[in-house]
Design a protein around this ligand. Structure first.
Ligand code: ADP
Length: 448
């Protein structure tokens, strides 16, 4: 018999800390919030059963402070730590430390976090498991000469990417031989500065792909399932702004075929807990780019179409419970869309932290708002600019779009600038409405 957790520490802030708290509370699990001094009056702190201040505003001194987090868990008697996304969620050393202290890490095994955190070893693993890849260098590219030779072999355009990459940094495109040396050098410099690791690799640069990712969940008894795909092609600077489930471009057969390959591979690997495999999809082909070994920001769209609580599933499997259902039990119902609303100017994207005088969330059938905002709350300048995830579900994609428009119109975040007007413009666009877009669509749309 496995025993459910009784107390979980949430090593995060903002809407995701709240999201995890809500799942815990519904399962009868007590929660411990942690916070920096800048977040003392944050909603996740207000709602949690207990809270511990773990340091000053700068994330490196608080939300990234492993010793402070482990002490907070020890003082409060938490049995497990949920890392959320960002911060320490994909830090294998942290996962190891958590387990070395006799606590459960609510996420994958440290070895798999490490394996997928290095994109070169992730691609290597996927190649062995029979997952289709973007064509590219077999490993790290050590010199400008080697970069040139590989680019000629796979054909221009190519993209030089950081092995330790994340957040869209350390990526440079070379469209011809005259650009390859500079792209290789710039990607290395940016990678070194951002990740402290200048290892880079090269991929074929796809000119009109969609970004389609697959949500997976695995227990510790050898059961692995997928919850279908999300289309996250609407990106600015390689960062997602709008996500959908399912993809307007994919049919059930293509999803099932990919899902079968991926789940068989992860079963062989002994993967556990949640994960997302990201693919580029062009000309009817999937090509793996990376795997995220954590819960994603955009997980709610999957929850809306599958009727599953992914955080609950994470908590159950981390406590040793079996999934208790098979792939054939998972069904996809209707369509869901998420708009990431950030505290930024909707035209030039300059940050806009500050006091929210009035906050009013939209509601009604098929509407979900994941946000830590409240009237009178001050959005601190120290962290990610995401302030709300507006998620809608509809029987059809057209209905979901109509619902999203209605909600964007209803929503009030007064006192700061947000990207609500940009999302409204996207929902009104005929090309978006036709589902006719690639990863390059939004950059052009924003520049119009
Ligand atoms: P990160 O970890 O920084 O998010 P990814 O490898 O996931 O980096 O890539 C982020 C985005 O960059 C992708 O969603 C896609 O839009 C673009 N991208 C990455 N690799 C390629 C490629 N080979 N061809 C075209 N676009 C790419």
């Amino acid at each position: 018999m496995t025993r459910p957790f009784t107390k979980v520490l949430i090593a995060n802030r903002g809407e995701i800390a709240l999201r995890i708290h809500r799942a815990c509370q519904e399962m009868g699990i007590r929660t411990v919030a942690v916070h920096s001094t800048a977040d003392a009056s944050a909603m996740h702190v207000r709602l949690a059963d207990e809270s511990v201040c773990i340091g000053p505003p700068a994330a490196r001194d608080s939300y990234l402070n492993m010793a402070a987090l482990l002490s907070a868990a020890a003082i409060t008697g938490a049995e497990a730590i949920h890392p959320g996304y960002g911060f320490l969620s994909e830090n294998a050393n942290f996962a190891e430390m958590v387990e070395a202290h006799g606590l459960a890490f609510i996420g994958p095994k440290p070895e798999h976090i490490r394996m997928m955190g290095d994109k070169i070893s992730a691609k290597d693993a996927m190649r062995r498991l029979g997952v289709p890849l973007v064509p590219g260098s077999a490993g790290a590219v050590e010199s400008a000469e080697q970069a040139r030779a590989i680019a000629v072999e796979i054909g221009y355009p190519v993209i030089v990417k950081a092995a330790a990459g994340g957040g869209g940094r350390g990526m440079k495109v070379a469209r011809g031989a005259h650009e390859i040396e500079e792209a290789w050098q710039l990607a290395r410099t940016e990678a070194k500065a951002a990740f402290g690791n200048d290892e880079v690799y090269i991929e074929k640069y796809l000119d009109r792909p969609r970004h389609i990712e697959l949500q997976v969940m695995a227990d510790t008894h050898g059961n692995v399932v997928h919850f279908g795909e999300r289309d996250c092609s609407l990106q600015r600077r390689h960062q997602k702004l709008v996500e959908e489930a399912g993809s307007p471009a994919l049919d059930g057969a293509a999803r099932d075929a990919l899902g079968a390959t991926v789940t068989a591979g992860l079963r062989q690997l002994g993967y556990r807990n949640a994960g997302t495999l990201e693919f580029l999809w062009q000309d009817g082909q999937f090509a793996f780019i990376e795997m995220n070994t954590r819960l994603q920001v955009e997980h709610p769209v999957t929850e809306m179409v599958c009727g599953v609580d992914l955080v609950r599933e994470q908590l159950r499997v981390a406590a040793g419970e079996a999934l208790g259902y098979a792939q054939s039990d998972i069904t996809f119902n209707g369509h869901a869309i998420e708009c990431r609303i950030t505290a930024e100017d909707p035209v030039d994207f300059t940050p806009s932290p500050g006091r929210v005088n009035t906050y009013h969330a939209p509601g009604g059938l098929g509407v979900r708002v994941d946000s830590a905002l409240y009237s009178g709350y001050s959005v601190p300048p120290h962290y990610d600019s995401l302030v709300a995830k507006l998620v809608v579900h509809g029987a059809t994609r057209a209905q979901a779009i109509a619902r999203m428009k209605r909600c964007l119109n209803e929503m009030v975040v007064d006192g700061i600038k947000t990207t609500i007007p940009l999302h409204a413009r996207i929902m009104d666009d005929p090309e978006f409405q036709a589902g006719d877009y690639t990863i390059h669509w939004l950059e052009r749309f924003v520049a119009r």
